[in-house]
Design a protein around this ligand. Sequence first.
Ligand code: SF4
Ligand code: SF4
Length: 383
Amino acid sequence: MDRDFQIDSKLASEVRNYGNFDIKGCYACGSCTVICPLTGNSASFPRRCIRYVQLGLKEALKESLEPWLCYYCGDCSESCPRETEPGEAMMTLRRYLTAQYDWTGLSAKFYKSKLWEYMAIFLLSALVVVLAILFHGPIVTERVELNTFAPVELVHTFDMILLVTLSFFLLSNVFRMWWFTIVRNHVKVPLYLYITEVKTLIQHFVTQIQFRECSTKLRWIKHWLLTAGYVLMFTMIIVFLDWFQTDNIYPIYHPQRWLGYFATFVLVFFTVEILLSRFKKKEQIHRFSHHSDWIFPILLLLTALSGIAVHIFRYVGLPLATYYTYVLHLAIACPMLIVEVPFGKWSHLAYRPLAIYFHTIKQKAEQLQTHKEGDLQLVGSTE
Ligand code: SF4
Ligand code: SF4
């Protein structure tokens, strides 16, 4: 690091507001770096960021992508002779950085205060219920007519407004991430690198292959299935609602049913598994749980369970139970999306592959710069 940074003496106490960060004991022995399967060419990964916090180098930390490169296998925490939990420290830094990217300040409020997060979820749920009371269609009680009670065009319009709003917040935060980690980092990246490396972004978003390198195959597959489940559910309820919310009960072999069953099954199965692991605390990666580690899977699970209940009530022909459960389903799903997508844990899904993308283009840009400087020196020495 050849730049001057101001020292922020409050950085360590600020970071500690985002989770477990016991760095007093770290004496930079480097065991975590040696053991980390993702260290690669970056010799100080993961302890460089710990050092930034120890030294109060807030701007250097904000410019770092390293916390996002860690997939939290927990190996470094197992091997740390001082038991300072570097894996959990990286998790805490990801929450801290999410809050730094978020210009609204809401992410910081939600991560630092349970009360803020619970209140936001409660108020958004209440708003959904009020909107449903005000705008629902006729209540048919002779048979189930969900699309009469909740006209799909109306719900779809609401969905689209939600999608545009969430995308705006998430993309503006992504812009700030790019600004901090590339522009303010004084890395001159040629435009063509952004284009040629899009494949890296897509590959890591779709496969999360970096996770495979630092964990067991089973854990990687489970994580991939859970992510695929909620991306699929998100796409079906936000983009293809016309197709997904229908009063027709399709035959059992229809793809609409199987996609719904797949997404619901993985959401229920893996969120229950995550919650049980956090409760038992047997695995290293689940020894520490921040309130955001509970809220997201709980909301995901409740969204899936209330969706199942709507499906069952509709299937057995209980009109009122179907309508009320549908409102409950929306009252859980909407706050989850609004709070978690741009401001909470869901945003990791975007930040992680983006960090790998930015990291790759930064490395390539720096190599180009080094070659150029080497060529210039060669020309200078031969003149
Ligand atoms: S292994 Fe522990 S003490 Fe050693 S550098 Fe890593 S965090 Fe610090
Ligand atoms: S948790 Fe795993 S991937 Fe993350 S820094 Fe530690 S060893 Fe590396």
